[in-house]
Structures are given as structure tokens and as C-alpha cells.
Design a protein around this ligand. Structure first.
Ligand code: BES
Ligand code: MN
Ligand code: ZN
Length: 486
């Protein structure tokens, strides 16, 4: 997809469709005004009869308008001008892109608001790219077809380039999540990571099974042993800061398929479990964007890749594992595998000298029960660091909400036979007992755990995004890295 800046008039640009913006109250943007004039007040009349309200993402089609070269104009609502933020800009661009991509179109021009610049424009460009990309990777007849070219009415071009980087990053994450588990498994994920690293200049190190054994990653290896696919741990480094600066660490859960193991999931819960590597995919997307933006800091991205399966060698209930840190873990549910994988990866992050850590994981169904489908759970051992992350998410328009980490939750994971066990007492507060387990492996480093079981994957489509992988929290991580101070 080409993304180019244009200074052409909305009425004279040669393209398949042009998208213009209108705020609540009928306040038209310049291009909308130009179109309105050319059409003898078509938009004004639509506003008058309340066909157009200006609500964010509202779409109104005007076909073959007189005096306009494009064969159709889409008027998109930009919301209340007072509430204009990146979330509104993203949706206002993504919704018309999704609508227009329902047929192959080679060139679409966006004239949302030519005063938008910087963050708003970046969010909009990112939204336009993502809105037209679908989950139907393996369908001959696509529901959505990305445009060959997007033209954008802008004052400066810098934000276009950044928006594109963000769009490509979120797109990478979505594609990795949408690929089925017979295509993306630990080894092929690691290969994809190597391609990304090569293309954008990240340092990469891949630990294979043999190395994982010598590194004593007993918890991660136990999960992997029930699968014929061998596990991997991928370490990506962006060295944009001073040589000695302790890096920021992003850690991702990369369970390429979660059958539940011997604590087998019922089919209904299992059918979308290709998404269980979304944390790892999010780290990949963020690292790619950070490298391409050449951000001036050191970041290390670590992803633990395993398949949680059942065979004669599967890890069992009652097994006691020794994690890399030396802690012993009693396994009482093989479906609580993500925390076992992360236990070892977090230990590596600490050993690599991480100054601060963020982990992302599709960790618990309990987080879905607590916060619903679209909100991520935040859990932390360091309120200041969590506040920073929450502020970044808020800026990006990504929904996140903090859950408490009271010591009582930690008492639930004490074991009679080992240092800790991998599940709490019963189901209640399951998102938090999982986080309490992870906390055992960060050695007091400032750490935030983001449970993305809900927002990383959606069963149904939204008006602005197809169903499937969403790429949630890629932008938040990039924002966090952008504002990060050592
Ligand atoms: N990958 C699942 C969590 C999940 C559920 C992700 C729904 C996305 C959507 C995780 O490995 C899991 O199975 N968690 C268990 C933990 C339990 C056994 C303590 C769960 O949530 O049921
Ligand atoms: Mn599981
Ligand atoms: Zn899982």
C-alpha cells in the first residue's frame, strides 16, 4: 500500500473514493465544505435532516456527486471536537477504510481534517491501514481488499511516515495472531522474528531446545514437552540508547496453540487458541516500530514460544518443576501454562539487566470475566511504572484497567510440596492469582503485567476493524517507549 501526501483539491483529485470529515453539530472540515459547495449543499442538507450527526465513525455515502471527480464521497463523523483524541481519529479513519475495502479499490483519498498533525494524524493513518485489512488470510474471495494507494491531505509529511510505521507494526501483530497454529508454531514464529529483525535492524538471538535445557528453563520446557513442536525463546534488542543504559524489557507469552494439555479445554474454548501467542506477537510489532522509529533508548523484547499439547510425554498434574530461577512449582492444572512459560522468560529479562519490565499475555479467562472483552487488566508491583503505562494506553485510546495485588491473593499460590503452585484456590480472582505467580519471578524489578486475553482477539467484527487479531497494545508499548526516561 502506497501512502502519499496530497495538496489537490477534494473536488479534483482522481480516485475511487474520497473521505471527508464532519464534527458533531455539522461543523464541516475544509474538504467537506468544498464538496458541499460543489454539490449545491448536499452535506448541509444531510446535516439539516439529521442524516449526518457527526458521531465518531458514522458513515454517509454520497454517490456520483456532481462537480467531484471521485465517484463517491464518504462523510465520516469525527465526534465532538472537544473530545477529539487519537482513539476518535483512529476510528474515524478505520471505519470508512473498512467500508470501502469491501470491494477492490485502487486509490482512496482521506481529507478528514487537514489541520490534524502529529499524534492525531499518525493514529488516523494507522487506522486507515488497519481498517482495510481482514482476517481472511486463506480465503480466495477476500471480504476486505487493501487499497493500492492512500492519499492524505496534510500540511507536513512526517506524521504520515510514523503512522505508516505504526500501521505496519499493528498489522504484523494481527497477521501473526490470525495465522493458524499449523502455520505459526514456535520454530516458524522464531523464523518470522528473524525476518523482522533482519528487515528493521534489530539484534536477534534465538534459543532452541538444547539451549533452553542448558539455560535450565524447566518451567517453559515442561509445557513444551507434550508437543512434537520444539520450543524457542527469542530475544530481540534495539540499541538506540547509550551502551551502558539498562534496557526496558517487553516480555510476551507465545503459546502458539493452547489445547490445555492434560487439563484439556473443551472444544468451544479451544477453537480460538491460536491467539494464545498474542503477547509475543504484540512484542514483535512494538519492537519493529521502535526500531524503525529509531527511538533513543535500549529495549529488549523477549518471547517464550511453546505449544501446549497432549502426548505420552505431556507434563502432568502433580508434577514438580524447577524454574530457571530455582523456584519449584507444583503443577495442579496444565491449562495454567502461560505463567509457567513467563516464569522463565521473566527470569531471563531480569538477568539481562532490565531496568523495568512489561509483560503481555493472554493469560486468563478470569480477566475476561472481570473486565469484559475489550479491556486489558493491569497488575503491578510498582505503582509509578503502572501509572506510566496506563497513561500511555489512555493516550493511544486502548482500554486498560488496574486490578489490585493484595498480599492475600499471593497466599493462594502456596503449595504443600513445592515453593509455589500454578493455580490459586478455586476460580475467584484468577487474573490476580496468575499475576501473583508472575511476580515471584521479577525479583522486585518494576514490572507491569498486561492480561490481554480479552482485547487481543475479537470473535466478532467491529465497525472499524475486522474480527480476529486486533494488535491491541502495540501502540501503547511504542508510546511508552517514546516517553521513556532512564
Ligand atoms: N490461554 C488461556 C487464557 C485465555 C482464555 C486466553 C480465553 C484467551 C481467551 C490460559 O492459558 C488459560 O487456559 N488459563 C486458565 C487458567 C486456569 C486453569 C487457572 C483459565 O483462564 O481458565
Ligand atoms: Mn491455558
Ligand atoms: Zn494459554
Amino acid at each position: 500500500m502506497r501512502i502519499v501526501a496530497t495538496k489537490e483539491l477534494a473536488t479534483s483529485i482522481q480516485c475511487d473514493a474520497i473521505v471527508v470529515g464532519c464534527y458533531v453539530g455539522g461543523e464541516m472540515q475544509r474538504a467537506a465544505g468544498t464538496i458541499d459547495q460543489a454539490t449545491g449543499g448536499a452535506i448541509t442538507r444531510l446535516v439539516e435532516v439529521e442524516e449526518i450527526s457527526g458521531k465518531v465513525g458514522e458513515l454517509t455515502k454520497i454517490l456520483v456527486p456532481s462537480g467531484v471527480k471521485a465517484t463517491q464521497v464518504i462523510v465520516v463523523g469525527l465526534g465532538d471536537r472537544a473530545n477529539l483524541d487519537r482513539r476518535a481519529a483512529f476510528r474515524a479513519a478505520a471505519a470508512p477504510a473498512k467500508l470501502l475495502a469491501s470491494k477492490p479499490r485502487s486509490h482512496v483519498a482521506f481529507y478528514l481534517d487537514d489541520h490534524w498533525d502529529g499524534d492525531l494524524l499518525e493514529a488516523a493513518v494507522c487506522g486507515a491501514m488497519l481498517g482495510c485489512q481482514g482476517q481472511d488470510l486463506y480465503r480466495a474471495e477476500k471480504k476486505l481488499t487493501p487499497f493500492e494507494q492512500i492519499s492524505w491531505a496534510v500540511q507536513s509529511e512526517a506524521a504520515l511516515a510514523n503512522g505508516r510505521i505504526l500501521g505496519d507494526a499493528v498489522s504484523l501483530t494481527r497477521r501473526l495472531v490470525n495465522e493458524p497454529a499449523n502455520k505459526i508454531y514456535p520454530e516458524s514464529f522464531a523464523d518470522a522474528a528473524a525476518d523482522v529483525a533482519q528487515a528493521c535492524g534489530l539484534e536477534i538471538e534465538v534459543w532452541d531446545e538444547k539451549r533452553l535445557v542448558t539455560e535450565r528453563c524447566g518451567a517453559l520446557l515442561a509445557v513444551a514437552q507434550g508437543s512434537t513442536r520444539s520450543p524457542r525463546l527469542v530475544i530481540l534488542r534495539h540499541n538506540g540508547g547509550q551502551a551502558g543504559d539498562a534496557p526496558l524489557a517487553f516480555v510476551g507469552k507465545g503459546v502458539t496453540f493452547d489445547s490445555g494439555g492434560l487439563s484439556l479445554k473443551p472444544s468451544d474454548s479451544m477453537k480460538t487458541m491460536k491467539c494464545d501467542m498474542a503477547g509475543a506477537a504484540t512484542v514483535m510489532g512494538a519492537m519493529q516500530a521502535i526500531a524503525k522509529m529509531k527511538l533513543p533508548l535500549n529495549v529488549v523484547g523477549l518471547v517464550g514460544l511453546v505449544e501446549n499439547m497432549v502426548n505420552g510425554d505431556s507434563y502432568k498434574l502433580g508434577d514438580v518443576l524447577t524454574a530457571r530461577s530455582g523456584k519449584t512449582i507444583e503443577v495442579l492444572n496444565t491449562d495454567a501454562e502461560g505463567r509457567l512459560v513467563l516464569a522463565d522468560v521473566l527470569d531471563v529479562a531480569v538477568e539481562l539487566g532490565a531496568a523495568k519490565i512489561v509483560d503481555l499475555a493472554t493469560l486468563t479467562g478470569a480477566c475476561l470475566v472481570a473486565l469484559g472483552l475489550d479491556t486489558a487488566g493491569l497488575m503491578t508491583n510498582d505503582q509509578g511504572w503502572c501509572d506510566e503505562l496506563a497513561a500511555a494506553a489512555q493516550l493511544c485510546g486502548e482500554a486498560a484497567w488496574q486490578l489490585p495485588m493484595f498480599p492475600e491473593f499471593g497466599e493462594q499460590i502456596t503449595s504443600k510440596v513445592a515453593d509455589i503452585k500454578n493455580v490459586g484456590e478455586g476460580r475467584w480472582g484468577g487474573a490476580i492469582t496468575a499475576a501473583k505467580f508472575l511476580e515471584e519471578f521479577v525479583q522486585g524489578k518494576p514490572w507491569v503485567h498486561i492480561d490481554i486475553a480479552g482485547p487481543s482477539f475479537s470473535d466478532g467484527p467491529k465497525a472499524w476493524l475486522d474480527a480476529g487479531g486486533t494488535g491491541a497494545f502495540v501502540r501503547t508499548l511504542v508510546e511508552l517507549a517514546t516517553g521513556y526516561r532512564n
